[in-house]
Design a binder for this molecule. Structure first.
Ligand code: AGP
Length: 601
């Protein structure tokens, strides 16, 4: 997810463009840049790091047209070269882009054969040269032809040095909003930078192309047909707009999970099945041991991988928290694959674990959300989660995308080892459709009453079995870290070995209980908890009337393959924790004592 702003109109200070960009910094902040036209020349300033670095670099100049971008890297490490805007060979066309172009490699080859020279590793620069390839004096027509060749997601703003009164924009898969103020037209990734100029906005729709010129905008479809788009009046203030109207970033990021999953799947689904190109450099066929190392939520995602893969393959899979792993004498050989999971890519214990196993000769696959983060630079390969920036301290969409990437990784390993069957095929089909299932869950997730009932308990016991046990761990972590309720989690079969002594009417149980493998076992654990007069809330699959007789509160998710319940149940445990924390008067985005990235030991 990146942030784009474009302005065209009467003369304005470039400072204003950067101030507008600042309001989109929550969308990405590893690098930033601006481009504007002055005396028939495009001037570009770019910087690594946050927008404040850009502010320090720009000159106090004016212009009539400008575009700006704050980046969340997906292709190409964060640096001055890869920062947007990008230009064509002539330097007369400049572009900023939010999205992922799936076919940029093929297009880059085609353009190189036609003599184009590239400066960056980004997919975005390819769009600038493609527009140049088709430019014959009309920027709109060149953009129209170029975007019709793009596969993937894009929101772009394009300018040309010879037309300082013109901006062309296009969107497919990434948002773009237009606003018409009295002295300018403004274009942005969302309404936040626009509403100080005007509260009347137009949301470009899939395939729309817009021409902004002389105080007016024209919108067409990809065939050039004129479109009329509704003008919306936005009531939000700027703070609310940054959260798209949600009360907190955490709830916004939970609702971003469907498109986050879509971004994680882009370029990784083929007709034959899952395909992680990043793995091509690793000889997975000879892997006999897999060790996963992570912390917190990332550790829970690693456990799901273990349950998933060991169900089908005789591979020795071990998972450990990094703060323990790094002090053990780990037996590593050249048939050991280490998977290090860290959404921030900066967690000290996980980084140290990577360094230790690298010294022992292990191949390390990093799974991270931050392009160019330390773990990506110290591992052999990185599979990016592509969840976009996560502002809330509690991991939500990054956990979901870790699961998606780990399922894909597990499926790749199984396929390479010649292991594939109908059950795995059903898993794969579900994974591909999971954005739709997430939209369905989020749309029907009305658990405010449950949260309100449970918000005053001081304890909670989460239980699960098999692949659903990590979901219990993650549910308990979510609740404890943002509501400060003493939430604990156990494998359900462990209750009778001690934890059940805790249960009474003051100690409710949250059971992860889909029908399927081990269901009868978890059901008996629920019954034994009920017998201790604990109140029981359970999450299960639609159609399961069985538990209605036993539990006090039941939450449904769509029926899924056994292996996929950790994925489809994650919004439930996240939402339950979020609602309770909010109802208890805490700020879920900034929980006490916690940091988004634990870079200390
Ligand atoms: C999760 O909600 C927490 N914020 C925390 O447990 C986190 O998952 C852990 O610190 C690991 O972070 P990482 O994925 O960035 O390494």
């Amino acid at each position: 997810m990146c942030g784009i702003v474009g302005i065209v109109g009467t003369e304005f200070k470039i400072d204003e463009l950067v101030d507008d960009l600042q309001k989109l910094e929550y969308r990405g902040y590893d690098s930033a840049g601006i481009a504007y036209v002055q005396n028939g020349i495009i001037h570009i300033t770019k910087t690594l790091g946050r927008i404040k670095n850009l502010k320090e670099k720009i000159k106090p100049v004016n212009s009539y047209v400008g575009i700006a971008h704050t980046r969340w890297a997906t292709h190409g490490a964060p640096n001055d070269i890869n920062a947007h805007p990008h230009t064509d060979c002539t330097g007369k066309i400049a572009i900023v882009h939010n999205g992922i172009i799936e076919n940029y490699v093929e297009l880059k080859e085609f353009l190189k054969e036609n003599g184009h020279k590239f400066k960056s590793d980004t997919d975005t620069e390819v769009i600038a040269h493609l527009i140049e390839e088709y430019f014959e004096g009309d920027l709109y027509k060149a953009v129209l032809k170029a975007v019709n060749e793009l596969k993937g997601a894009y929101a772009i703003a394009v300018m040309h040095a010879d037309f300082p009164d013109l901006l062309v924009a296009a969107r497919k898969g990434s948002p773009l909003v237009l606003g018409k103020a009295k002295d300018r037209l403004i274009l942005a990734s969302d309404v936040t930078p626009i509403i100080k100029y005007t509260k009347d906005v137009v949301f470009l729709e899939e395939g729309d192309i817009a021409v902004l010129k002389d105080g007016e905008y024209k919108i067409t479809d990809s065939n050039g047909n004129i479109l009329i788009r509704k003008v919306y009046h936005i009531e939000w203030d700027e703070a609310a707009a940054e959260k798209s109207g949600y009360k907190h970033f955490m709830i916004k990021e939970i609702f971003e999970e469907p498109e986050a999953i879509e971004s994680a799947l882009v370029g990784r689904i083929t007709k034959e099945g899952p395909s992680l190109n990043e793995l091509k450099e690793i000889d997975l066929e000879n892997i006999e041991k897999i060790k996963l190392v992570a912390c917190g939520t990332s550790y829970h995602a690693a456990l799901v991988f273990k349950y998933f893969v060991e169900k089908y393959a005789d591979i020795d899979i071990e998972v450990d928290v990094a703060s323990e792993f790094r002090y053990r004498n780990i037996n590593i050989d050249d048939r050991t694959l280490v998977i290090a999971i860290s959404q921030s890519g900066e967690t000290a214990d996980t980084l140290e674990s990577v360094r230790i196993v690298k010294k022992k000769g292990a191949k390390v696959v990093a799974i991270s959300n931050v392009v160019g983060s330390t773990i990506t630079r110290e591992s052999d390969i990185t599979v990016y989660m592509n969840a976009g920036p996560e502002i809330g301290v509690a991991a939500t969409k990054t956990y979901v995308n870790q699961l998606v990437v780990l399922y894909l990784l597990g499926m790749n390993i199984l396929r390479i080892k010649g292991i594939w069957n109908n059950e795995l095929n059903r898993d794969f089909e579900f994974l591909k459709s999971s954005p739709g299932f997430f939209r369905e869950v989020l749309q029907n997730l009305n658990i405010e009453d449950f949260a309100s009932y449970y918000k005053n308990y001081n304890h909670f016991m989460y239980i699960g079995r098999g692949i659903n046990y990590p979901t219990a761990l993650e549910g308990a972590l979510k609740l404890k870290e943002i509501s400060y309720i003493n939430a604990t989690a156990y494998p359900a079969g462990e209750l009778k070995h001690g934890p059940i002594a805790l249960l009474d009417p003051t100690f409710p149980v949250f059971a992860i209980a889909p029908q399927g493998y081990l269901y009868e076992k978890i059901k008996s654990n629920i019954e034994e908890s009920k017998a201790r007069r604990a109140r029981i809330v359970a999450v299960t699959n639609e159609g399961n009337k069985d538990l209605l007789k036993i539990v006090d509160d039941l939450i449904y998710v769509p029926k899924a393959p056994d292996d996929m319940y950790p994925l489809i149940m994650s919004p439930v445990i996240q939402m339950f924790a979020y609602l309770i924390a909010d109802m208890r008067g805490y700020d879920p985005d900034k929980p006490r004592n916690l940091a988004k990235s634990v870079t200390v030991e």
